[in-house]
Design a protein around this ligand. Structure first.
Ligand SMILES: Cc1cc2nc3c(=O)[nH]c(=O)nc-3n(C[C@H](O)[C@H](O)[C@H](O)COP(=O)(O)O)c2cc1C
Length: 165
């Protein structure tokens, strides 16, 4: 059994979760930036990770999954600035189940990730009240994902792998 952990990251949070998942997986395995993956040939299980951006799954991730997931066991992981339990998270989860429709969807893990200071600074200057409110939430995300979240990601990895063994 061969597993791929692939991810997109802008500021390192999703990569941290990717590495935790990768560390927990047994058997043959690879970890790669999604930019470096051309197809999923040879993999029995794939974890796809991304940061939520503009209230959505990033377009390159959507494209990659919809083009490659047919017939594959796939699980997702995401990081987002909003706290776990925020209603919007449900729609990102649904986007992933939809994206994986031609594959075998195994589950999704999500956790809070720190909003980079440069983004907080940029959004604070926005005229859009939604963006401003988002910027105000930024400081409360500092240090995420913390060790307890990383540990949950490890547990998720084990649960998913157990589903395909
Ligand atoms: C351009 C941009 C847009 C973002 N949009 C959202 C968003 O809509 N909802 C959210 O919860 N977080 C949003 N975030 C926060 C990121 O999802 C979060 O900081 C994530 O952990 C970043 O992951 P990374 O370090 O792997 O890039 C956004 C971040 C950036 C840079």
């Amino acid at each position: 059994m061969k597993t791929l952990v692939t991810y997109m990251t802008k500021t390192g949070n999703t990569k941290r979760i990717a590495e935790a998942i990768y560390g927990e997986i047994t058997g043959e395995k690879d970890i790669k930036d999604i930019k470096d993956v051309s197809n999923l040939e040879g993999y029995d299980l794939v974890f796809v990770g991304f940061p939520v951006m503009q209230f959505n799954v990033p377009e390159n991730v959507t494209k990659f999954v919809s083009e490659n997931v047919a017939g594959k066991n796939v699980a997702f992981f995401m990081t987002h600035a909003v706290p776990e339990g925020t209603p919007a998270i449900h729609s990102w989860t649904c986007s992933c189940t939809d994206l994986a429709a031609s594959g075998n969807y195994l589950g999704i893990f999500g956790c809070q990730g720190e909003l980079a200071q440069a983004i907080i600074d940029m959004l604070s200057k926005s005229d859009d009240p939604q963006m401003k409110a988002f910027a105000e939430m930024g400081p409360s995300t500092k240090g995420q994902p913390d060790e307890s979240r990383v540990q949950k990601a490890r547990e998720f990895a084990k649960e998913i792998q157990a589903k395909v063994q």
